[in-house]
Design a binder for this molecule. Sequence first.
Ligand code: ADE
Length: 231
Amino acid sequence: INKIGLIGAMNEEIELLIQAMTGVKETKKAGITYREGLFQGKEVVVCRSGVGKVNAAVCTQILIDQFGVNAVLFTGVAGALDPELNIGDIVISTACMQHDMDVRALGFPRGVIPYEEVSTFAADPELIKLADAASRELFDGRTKQGLVLSGDQFVASRELVAELFHDLGGSCTEMEGAAVAQVCSMNSVPFVVIRSMSDKADGSAHVNFAEFTKQASENSHRIIEHMVRSI
Ligand code: ADE
């Protein structure tokens, strides 16, 4: 790995990266600003994809094609699905799935992309290891590895949380990870998604999200910082 793509969906999720970068060169493509430079002594390209799977997919493909990144790390916040996870805790993706890919009417299980017969995109084992080591050092006992579920939906109901946790086995839910994962898999580029919990995707999610996104973004950022140093 000699050039790392670092993606966040929102300003809060990438502002600490931008502050810490040196020798920055900015390029705009498809409405997204790409910042090439050095972070922790490594060549990186930092960008804010914008929210949702389409934004994340376009951003990831451009990082690969135009900027030649050979690994992608996603940093940001998510809603916890696993009841053992608390606000501020960390989830490292073992794999990602689109929870809103739903072709059950034609007999495909929820999450499965028709005619491709796949639903989950596995994260890179080496990147998982690095993220896990960093997270355990910084947030001892507050880290889980698990399935990250993505959909173009802010989840804010206990019913949906129960479905996503019990039926699909998700640890947390957000709106970009599975798109990044799928594009990386299509291009054979290693990736991992790191998310800190801003809320529990329940009836209080909108309040918690507003209150805890900054702190959770910082938690995720610290893991990225630690990881990039050791890549
Ligand atoms: N990102 C942070 N919290 C979320 C939630 N509850 N649903 C979707 N994306 C999120």
